[in-house]
Design a protein around this ligand. Structure first.
Ligand code: THU
Length: 128
């Protein structure tokens, strides 16, 4: 897992955030099973609920390029925030039990497994 590269890519993507309403910039970078890295940032809408979080933007970019296996996702914010509830569900559904790297802009880093962020998750197994 290329932790430093993931954090660097997420930090750069964060600069592209479109966050005129919250002014809270988020960058994310997801690593695929074969080591590619895809970036995303939050993109806000004036109809607030349509906002796309950075994590989901990064994952959609990777999936759109044909990727289905993932190792890790990094999220960079000023405050070192963990992914929101909607993103936890989305990461679990698309990426599985990946490592989530949480970083702030001061260089503090922590790693959490998805099963610790979203224990006893609802998922596709319920739909069979
Ligand atoms: N945001 C993310 O991009 N990811 C999260 O996991 C939490 C929230 C964004 C959405 C919105 O643009 C801003 O942060 C404030 O909620």
């Amino acid at each position: 897992m290329a932790t430093e590269k993931l954090i660097h890519t997420a930090t750069e993507a964060r600069e592209n955030a479109h966050a005129p309403y919250s002014n809270y910039k988020v960058g994310a970078a997801v690593e695929t099973g074969d080591g590619q890295i895809f970036a995303g940032c939050n993109v806000e809408s004036s109809s607030y609920g349509l906002t796309i979080c950075a994590e989901r933007a990064a994952i959609c970019s990777a999936v759109s390029a044909g990727n289905r296996k993932f190792n890790a996702i990094a999220v960079v914010t000023k405050s070192g925030a963990t992914p929101c509830g909607a993103c936890r569900q989305f990461i679990w559904d698309v990426c599985g039990d990946v490592i989530v790297i949480i970083a702030d802009t001061m260089g503090n880093i922590k790693e959490i497994k998805m099963t610790d962020l979203l224990p006893d998750a609802f998922d596709e197994s319920q739909l069979k």
